[in-house]
Design a binder for this molecule. Structure first.
Ligand code: NAP
Length: 283
């Protein structure tokens, strides 16, 4: 059997920590780089990594490095890694937006492969990490024309070892698709919560007492990590605005039908949405 590559992880948060847990469980040697000594100690003590350090030099022997930092730090991290790693070492990221980074990162480091696991929770940091977070979840890789084929194959093998569902597409298609299924829902859900916050005070307590599963389902993503949501908007601005405009059009259509008391039309629209949900969401 081929020897397992030595894995490096930069940023031991929800995603980085979860990757570390899984690769360690699968028998890989995992090294971590974190900004905080406390996180390093926690990661070592709890079996996330074999060794972690605030000095990125620790990753110099790694063969594949996962960059799991906030989006605005991805390119700076690749730049920093380029000073530390041996040429040929594969770098892959997990950022939720791809077009803003992949070409630049590949130009800086020819063994870069853009990636995005479609898995997560509303929590942050190493204590939020979960085992098997990526199992049976989509994991997108976004090669471009200059992507090194060997590097892509290595990352692909690792993704398959996590038992994630590998999807290959372009950075631009990825960004448009996630704007629809992930980034716009965050802002639509956020708008609902802003409207809730703007509720007349005499209604607030009753509404709070009655809030149940429907409100929980529709507000979960809008009530998540504000830093992540802001970065989705910042780095996927065009595709997100396009989706929000489509959403506004559809909301206006629904509003108009309700205003006119056109109940047949309302029901037809809701029948369409029921079928559409089945198409996009399997469970
Ligand atoms: P997170 O739990 O906050 O982890 C990010 C980690 O990055 C932090 O724990 C920290 O690790 C490090 N970090 C934070 N600020 C930094 C800075 N200024 N410079 C360098 N490192 C910094 O967030 P996450 O959810 O894992 O997100 C990480 C990446 O995963 C993002 O690019 C996001 O787009 C992507 N992603 C998130 C989700 C999700 O649902 N949350 C899903 C898929 C992909 P240390 O303290 O160890 O340095």
């Amino acid at each position: 059997m081929a020897e397992l590559p030595l894995i490096g992880i930069v940023g031991l948060g929800l995603i980085g920590g979860s990757l570390a847990l899984d690769f360690t469980r699968l028998g890989y040697t995992v090294l971590g780089a974190s900004r905080n000594q406390e996180t390093c100690a926690y990661a070592e003590a709890n079996g996330f990594v074999q060794q972690a350090s605030t000095d990125w030099q620790i990753l110099s022997t790694a063969q594949v490095v996962f960059v799991c930092v906030p989006m605005e730090q991805v390119l700076a991290s690749v730049e920093h890694l380029a000073q530390v790693l041996i040429p040929g070492t594969v770098i892959t990221d997990v950022a939720s937006v791809k077009e803003a980074f992949v070409t630049q990162a590949t130009t800086r480091w020819p063994w870069f492969v853009g990636g995005h696991p479609l898995a997560g929770t509303a929590r942050q940091g190493i204590t939020a990490a979960l085992p098997q977070l990526f199992k049976q979840r989509p994991y997108v890789l976004t090669p471009i024309i200059t992507t090194n084929f060997e590097a892509l194959t290595q990352v692909r093998t690792l993704v398959e070892h996590l038992q994630a569902q590998l999807i290959l597409t372009t950075p631009s298609e990825h960004d448009r698709a996630v704007a629809l299924i992930s980034h716009a829902p965050v802002f639509i859900s956020a708008a609902l919560l802003l409207a809730a916050a703007d509720t007349p005070s005499e209604l607030t307590l009753l509404a709070q007492a009655l809030a149940s599963s429907g409100f929980a389902d529709t507000t979960r993503v809008g009530g998540g990590n504000p830093e992540l949501g802001t970065q989705m908007a910042q780095f996927n601005q065009v595709a997100l605005l396009d989706q929000l405009e489509r959403y506004q059009l559809m909301l206006t259509a629904l509003k108009t039908a309700i205003q006119h008391g056109n109940w047949t039309f309302v029901e037809n629209l809701l029948e369409t949405t029921r079928q559409t949900r089945k198409f996009f969401q399997k469970d």
